[in-house]
Ligand binder design. Structure first.
Ligand code: CP3
Length: 354
């Protein structure tokens, strides 16, 4: 269970010491085009499934040695350019006393819908409430090769609110959207609390050793631009403003956000991650030259025969263009039935071509 990976691909030059991923976050030219995979640790890996037969998901996330082991599993197989902490967006909410279960998707036993419940939600103190996350980060950092940084993450406030209000994932998240219209003030108060809690959580992750910080807005696509700006983006601004002084690159992943990108242009983050529905040339045009982009191969493309997978990767690379500031990734999380060999081929191909 030693937290170790193959010392690969990191070379000895100054650029390699900082690494391809952090260079791209800063829109600087690095040693090659970086790639990592959303949900790169998880059920498509036989070694993850083997561990999960013995230990449930929550115990994995709460036991630093195991969380570090799972974080490093994909890096032993593939020369990825970044690691992402193995945890879940709902983990800090559990630390704040929210009663939830992973089945495997998160289920909140008592959804939050009233002012009283919002007022009763305590502030997060990361070192007290989720010490195991910070210990996991320290262990992962000790096991990573030079040039491969660790990404810390949190759910964006609106995406967390969707789970808290609805109780479980759904296609429409009707109760969460109703909440915005029927109780806008309560919604803003809840979003403000979540924004502050995630600022505290990510600040603690950076202090423990996370070298980039990512906010997942997985349910952005539920909203029209007006409501997105008024609720979701306003809360992210509050979190991002608190994190800016840390000097750590910030990544905002916006799922199904094609109509929302003009509003994201003014958000003070370094990188915007997008799903596969928007061509990256268009994303770059909408965001302007002040942001790096991350994405955006359809996770389904990993099921294409190898020559076609290369052509789909080519299409992403061509859309991204030659300018620095592109981090190759999928447009959303990898599917559990993906063949790990397809990931190996993709990572090698992007490094060859990039
Ligand atoms: O490798 C990594 O990316 C790090 C691990 C990670 C997990 N969840 C592990 C996990 C990350 C970054 C997340 C974030 C997360 N969790 C998001 C944002 C990213 C996205 O996909 O949009 C969201 C919306 C969640 C909420 C969540 N947690 C869902 C919907 C599910 C069930 C989905 C599924 O894959 O079954 C979870 C549980 C979960 N989180 C699992 C893993 C590996 C599956 C647990 C298991 O092993 O049974």
């Amino acid at each position: 269970m030693a937290a170790q990976v193959n010392p690969m691909a990191s070379g000895e030059s100054a650029a390699a010491a900082d690494g391809a991923f952090l260079a791209a976050c800063r829109r600087q030219r690095g040693p090659h085009r970086p790639i990592w995979i959303m949900r790169q640790a998880g059920r498509y890996l036989p070694e993850y499934r083997a561990l999960r037969e013995k230990v449930d998901f929550e115990a994995l996330t709460r036991t630093p040695e195991l969380a570090a082991e799972v974080t490093l599993q994909p890096l032993r197989r593939f020369p990825l350019d970044a690691a992402i902490l193995f945890s879940d967006i709902m983990t800090p909410l559990q630390g704040m006393g929210v009663d939830l279960a992973f089945e495997p998707a998160p289920v909140v036993r008592q959804p939050i819908r009233t002012d009283r419940q919002v007022e009763a939600l305590p502030a997060l103190a990361a070192a007290r409430d989720v010490p195991f996350v910070l210990d996991s980060i320290r262990l992962v950092r000790a096991g990573l090769p030079r040039g491969v940084p660790l990404i810390g993450f949190a759910g964006a406030p609106f995406t967390l609110m969707c789970y808290l209000v609805c109780g479980r994932p759904s296609k429409e998240f009707a109760a969460a959207r109703t909440f915005l219209y029927a109780q806008p003030d309560t919604a803003q108060r809840l979003l403000g609390r979540l924004a502050d809690a995630m600022a505290e959580y990510l600040t603690a992750q950076a202090a423990a050793g996370a070298q980039a910080l990512m906010l997942f807005e997985s349910w952005a696509g539920l909203l029209a631009p007006r409501e997105f700006s008024q609720f979701a983006l306003a809360a992210v601004r509050r979190t991002a403003a608190a994190l800016r002084p840390l000097g750590v690159p910030l990544i905002y992943y916006v799922n199904q956000g094609a109509t929302l990108l003009p509003a994201v242009r003014d958000l003070d983050v370094d990188v915007v991650g997008v799903d596969w529905r928007s061509p990256l040339s268009e994303v770059r045009r909408l965001l302007g030259s002040g942001k790096a982009v991350q994405g955006n191969l359809d996770p389904a493309a990993l099921f294409a025969p190898p020559p076609e997978l290369r052509r789909h990767a080519d299409a992403v690379l061509e859309e991204a263009g030659p300018a620095p500031g592109h981090i190759f990734n999928l447009g959303h999380g990898i599917w559990p039935d993906t063949d790990p060999d397809a990931v190996a081929r993709l990572v090698d191909y992007v490094h060859e071509r990039g």
